[in-house]
Design a protein around this ligand. Structure first.
Ligand code: ATP
Length: 299
C-alpha cells in the first residue's frame, strides 16, 4: 500500500522511475507517519539520491555529501560486503544491542494456604534461578528446628517488632497465629536498585494487603495443593503443629482457597511434583519479563 502511494506521488511529481527504486518500506513508513502529509512526504522523496546507473543506490538519510555506495547484488557479494553497503546507504552501522527492552525489576508475591508448600517451592526456586532476591521476613515467632536467623526469617522479639512498625520500616505486617510477621521495606529497595527481582512469601491475608498497597505493580502467584485432602495430609506429616493449631490452620486454609481470584497466576503444587510447581512459577516470571507493558513497582 505504501509503495503504491510512493509510486502515485512520484507519478504526480513527474518522477517516473519509481519501479527502479528499492526503497525500504520501513523508512518510508516512518517518514510518512511522522511527517503526516503530502508536502513532507515529497520532501523525503526529494532527499533520496537517485542514481540512474545504480538502481539500488540511494541515501535515505538525506545527506547529499555522502558518496553514493552501490548495494551489490545479493548473489554476487558476501554477507559482510552487503552489510557494509547497507550500513553506508542507511548512514549508520547496525547495532548488536538487544532489541528487547530491559525488563523492570519484578515484585513477585507467592502465597497460598497454610501447608501448601510455599517454603518448599521458594527453597527450590532459590536453587533453580538467579537474579531473584528472597525477602527475609521479620517475625516474632520462635525459631523452628533447622531454621537460620537472617536466612529463613529475622527472628525478633515482640518489642523489637513493634518498634519496626512504629518506625514505618515494614511494607506490610500481620499477627499470624499469635506471632507477628512483617516485610522490611529497605531490603526490597536495596535489591531492586541492584536489578534483582523480589520474591515475597506471605499468607493470604498478607497477599490481600499487598494487593491493596501495590495494586497491579506486583505479580501475585497463588499456590494450591492438588486437593483439600492432600493439603491436610501435608500439614499433618510436617508435624510442626499441635492438634488444636492444626484444626485452626485447616479451617483457615479451607476459607483461603476461595481467594484465588485476587491473584494473577495459580500454580498447583501436587504431591511429589514440587519440581513442576517450581517450573510453573518460573514460567510465570518469564511471561512477566516478556510483557510489552511492564509492571513497575515502587516500594
Ligand atoms: N509437592 C510436594 N510434595 C510433597 N510434599 C511437599 C510438597 N510441597 C511441600 N511439601 C511438604 O509439605 C509440608 C508443608 O510445606 P511448607 O512448609 O513449604 O508449606 P507452607 O505453605 O510454607 O506452610 P506454612 O504457611 O504453614 O508455613 C512440608 O513438610 C513440605 O516438605
Amino acid at each position: 500500500m505504501l509503495r503504491r502511494l510512493v509510486c502515485d506521488s512520484l507519478v504526480h511529481s513527474n518522477l517516473h522511475h519509481c519501479h527502479q527504486f528499492s526503497i525500504p518500506q520501513r523508512s518510508l513508513q516512518n517518514s510518512f507517519t511522522l511527517t503526516n502529509g503530502k508536502l513532507n512526504f515529497l520532501c523525503l522523496i526529494q532527499k533520496i539520491n537517485v542514481s540512474p546507473r545504480f538502481s539500488s543506490s540511494y541515501s535515505p538519510m538525506g545527506d547529499s555529501r555522502r558518496p553514493l555506495i552501490p548495494i551489490p547484488a545479493v548473489d554476487k557479494a558476501n554477507r559482510s560486503e552487503l552489510l557494509r553497503a547497507l550500513e553506508a546507504s542507511l548512514g549508520s552501522s547496525f547495532s548488536s544491542d538487544s532489541i528487547c527492552p530491559i525488563p523492570n525489576p519484578l515484585v513477585i508475591v507467592i502465597s497460598g494456604p497454610s501447608g501448601v508448600g510455599k517454603d518448599a517451592v521458594i527453597k527450590k526456586l532459590r536453587e533453580a534461578r538467579e537474579g531473584l532476591h528472597f525477602v527475609v521476613t521479620a517475625t516474632s515467632r520462635e525459631k523452628r528446628p533447622g531454621e537460620v536467623d537472617g536466612k529463613d526469617y529475622y527472628f525478633v522479639s515482640k518489642e523489637e517488632f513493634l518498634s519496626m512498625v512504629e518506625q514505618n520500616e515494614l511494607l506490610e505486617y500481620a499477627l499470624v497465629y499469635g506471632d507477628y510477621k512483617g516485610i522490611p521495606k529497605q531490603q526490597i529497595r536495596d535489591y531492586m536498585a541492584k536489578g534483582y527481582d523480589i520474591v515475597l512469601r506471605v499468607d493470604i491475608l498478607g497477599a490481600e494487603t499487598l494487593r491493596k498497597i501495590l495494586g497491579n505493580s506486583a505479580v501475585f502467584v497463588f499456590l494450591v495443593a492438588e486437593s483439600e485432602i492432600a493439603m491436610v495430609e501435608r500439614l499433618i506429616d510436617r508435624k510442626t503443629e499441635t492438634a488444636e493449631a492444626l484444626l485452626v490452620r485447616i479451617a483457615t486454609a479451607r476459607e483461603e482457597v476461595k481467594h484465588v481470584n485476587n491473584f494473577d497466576y495459580v500454580v498447583e503444587n501436587a504431591k511429589g511434583k514440587l519440581e513442576n510447581a517450581v517450573k510453573l512459577v518460573e514460567s510465570n516470571i518469564d511471561a512477566e519479563k516478556a510483557k510489552v507493558r511492564q509492571r513497575s513497582a515502587v516500594i
